[in-house]
Design a protein around this ligand. Structure first.
Ligand code: DX5
Ligand code: ZN
Length: 233
């Protein structure tokens, strides 16, 4: 993986057909997705359950590019090795998931993955201030984690501005997760985000047998975000 701050669209397979993950991943990549975002939920840290390392390993061969695994699980540490072995490129843990974030990040990098930290809407930017040298990505949750299709929480725009200033020249991605649409994506791109996760807004209207809407949806989000960063102006 190389680093740059261009806008990247990461469809969340939480909104895909769960009986068809492999084909769904291949379809969104073919339709222009930059990364594939994989949401792991445990029914404890968040009030929903998705799947674990075995499913991630099964999905992996169907993703040609970056597999971005978002762990909404607590504790995370006992399972990090399993998700690394499943082929995650990026492993993101929540700052709120345990008392030893620094240790979790050390483990993720020692396992050979890029390390991400996700922040719930109520968690301040300062939660990552003393681990900036250990992370490759900060995931700002713009909904309360657990479900797709929720409304964007606009108080997070200011948090992204603060994080962007805090990061400076460090090669750390700012990823936004939740409620991303062509209307909300530009707000976050303008504030300093470069990775936009979108579930319902990417998968709506399409299917593996009719994937063209995925491409239209991805382009609409990307174009709106790039305009806000000046790329297309
Ligand atoms: C929420 C997940 C998100 C979710 C986003 O807990 O982490 O990745 O799939 O879904 P949308 O884009 O529908 O808000
Ligand atoms: Zn997510």
């Amino acid at each position: 993986m190389t680093f740059d701050r261009s806008i990247k669209i990461a469809p969340s397979i939480l909104a895909a057909d769960f009986a068809n993950f492999g084909a769904e991943c291949a379809a969104v990549e073919k339709q222009g997705a930059d990364w594939v975002h994989v949401d792991v939920m445990d029914g404890h840290f968040v009030p929903n359950i998705t799947f674990g390392p075995a499913t991630c390993a099964a999905i992996r061969p169907h993703i040609a590019g970056v597999m971005d695994v978002h762990l909404m699980i607590a504790p995370a540490d006992p399972y990090l090795e399993g998700f690394a072995k499943a082929g995650a490129d990026i492993l993101t843990v929540h700052a709120e998931a345990g008392p030893h974030l620094h240790r979790s990040l050390q483990m993720v990098r020692n396992l050979g993955c890029r390390a991400g930290v996700a922040l719930n809407p109520a968690t301040p930017a300062s939660a990552v201030e003393y681990v900036l040298d250990r992370i490759d990505l900060i995931c700002v949750m713009t909904v309360n984690p657990g479900f797709g299709g929720q409304s964007f929480i606009d108080s997070q725009i200011e948090k992204v501005r603060q994080l962007r200033a805090m990061i400076g020249d460090r090669p750390i991605h700012i990823e936004i997760d939740g409620g991303m649409t062509p209307d909300t994506a530009p707000l976050m791109a303008a504030a300093g985000a470069d990775v936009l996760v979108a579930g319902s807004a990417v998968f709506k209207g399409g299917s593996v047998t009719n994937p063209a809407p995925y491409g239209e949806n991805i382009r609409a989000i990307r174009d709106a975000a790039e305009k806000a960063t000046g790329v297309l102006v």
